[in-house]
Design a protein around this ligand. Structure first.
Ligand code: CU
Length: 243
């Protein structure tokens, strides 16, 4: 498979997205000029008061529209947010969720490299019996400028670096993710460029995220949070296989 070179290649495409932004810019520009011209006209005091009244009413409508436009898509799409089921999947397998750690010992900025080692190891010890029983697969993700490093977990709990990660279909995959520098965002796309899920990856913190891949296919991983000039190149991949 070929990996598109940058995030704009997914979905609408960079030209369409640029077109939308330019169109929005031109529409805004038109209204700015229109308002400025109207405001310049010679108006009597009564006319000006009526004009102000009209504008204030438009502003109120505008504020309500923006709030509605933000709330409605959030409410409609909430049920599709995969994070909602993370706790249920692991708790359903008997994991004591309160024993899973997410916070790492605080270290000064710039020293995040090993900050989360003990937290990761503690979580792996909690989850290892389930993996050894074949009920889950644990994947450790270390993010950095500008790479994704994947590790699998051996039966004795030690981390094994892999540049050729495969995960099973139909079985919960538990991602334990942290960053060695800045905030990143783990975005998993299927073969057709559809976003399956995304999850925040932060320094000083271990993100625990469980996902069940339904079909065997290649997965592309992109960073979905701007993390510096190499952000666009922070692309990796792994494969979902039949169990
Ligand atoms: Cu990033």
């Amino acid at each position: 498979m070929t990996i598109p070179t940058y995030a704009g290649n997914v979905g609408l495409g960079p030209d369409t997205i640029a077109g939308i932004f330019i169109a929005a810019l031109l529409v805004s520009l038109f209204f700015i000029v229109w308002v400025a011209r109207n405001a310049k006209r010679n108006m009597s005091d009564e006319e000006y008061a009526a004009y102000r009244h009209r504008i204030e009413r438009l502003e109120k409508i505008w504020v309500v529209l923006v709030i509605v436009a933000l709330i409605i898509p959030n409410v409609i799409t909430f049920q599709y947010t995969p994070q909602v089921v993370t706790g249920n999947t692991l708790a359903g397998l008997g994991v004591n969720m309160s024993a899973l750690k997410t916070a790492c010992p605080t270290v000064p900025p710039g020293n995040y490299q090993n900050a989360c080692t003990s937290t990761l190891q503690s979580d792996i010890q909690q989850l290892l019996p389930l993996q050894n029983e074949g009920k889950i697969m644990i994947v450790v993700v270390i993010a950095g400028q500008w790479y994704w490093h994947f590790y699998t977990v051996a039966p004795n709990g030690s981390l094994v670096f892999t540049s050729n990660l495969t995960v099973p279909a139909g079985k919960p995959v538990v991602f334990l993710m942290t960053s060695v520098d800045v905030n990143h965002d783990f975005g998993a796309y299927d073969e057709n460029g559809n976003l399956l899920f995304q999850y925040q990856v932060s320094p000083d913190y271990v993100s625990v995220f469980t996902y069940v891949f339904n079909i065997p296919e290649p997965i592309i991983v992109r960073c979905l949070e701007y993390c510096g000039p190499g952000h666009w190149a922070m692309v990796s991949q792994f494969t979902v296989n039949v169990v």
